[in-house]
Design a protein around this ligand. Sequence first.
Ligand code: C5J
Length: 220
Amino acid sequence: MTIAIPARPGPFQLDPERVALVVIDMQRDFVELGGFGDSLGNDVTRLQAIIPTVAALIGLFREKGWPIVHTRESHLPDLSDCPPAKLARGGALRIGDVGPMGRLLVRGEPGNAIVDACAPVDGEIVIDKPGKGMFYATSVEAELKNHGVSQLVFAGVTTEVCVQTSMREANDRGYECLLVEDATESYFAEFKAATLAMIAAQGAIVGWTTPFERLREAVE
Ligand code: C5J
């Protein structure tokens, strides 16, 4: 039986047998001072503000026993999975350069870790992705198939980059997608607002959006 979640542009019919949470890139590299996001001149405090809501959302899915996927944007230490066009762009530091939390966006470095409050626990799926989208060059589609998942609830950072790219990839692959509005954030308030609007526009052309409380109240 599905649960109707009040959402934009209309109710999202959540199926407890088929749903998974996807938490995009809640890494120190994007959220903390000294990381990749900070090196690009961004205000990371905007992203830190959603940590309690993302943690509560993860807690809700754990309580329900529903699958959870965590992603990290990351590259191999030799950067062989980082296209030159991506490597060439950046600010004061580039991908692979050494910052206060180790090499930026490189797997296994301290800055690449997911923040403690949102960290995965045993049994949860962790996907290292070299691109913005979670399906590009990863095993996530096979993992979701194994779990019988066809609906994805999205959270994480940043709204208009890796979250939106992943949602669009998921939408094209037939997943029904719900973005939790206050469990995602951008360095740019106007980009977040525009992304939320364009996702739900035209009858949920990419997916649905809802605040965490509406989701929590509906499923509890
Ligand atoms: C960015 C991301 N913003 N996780 N990555 O470069 O959105």
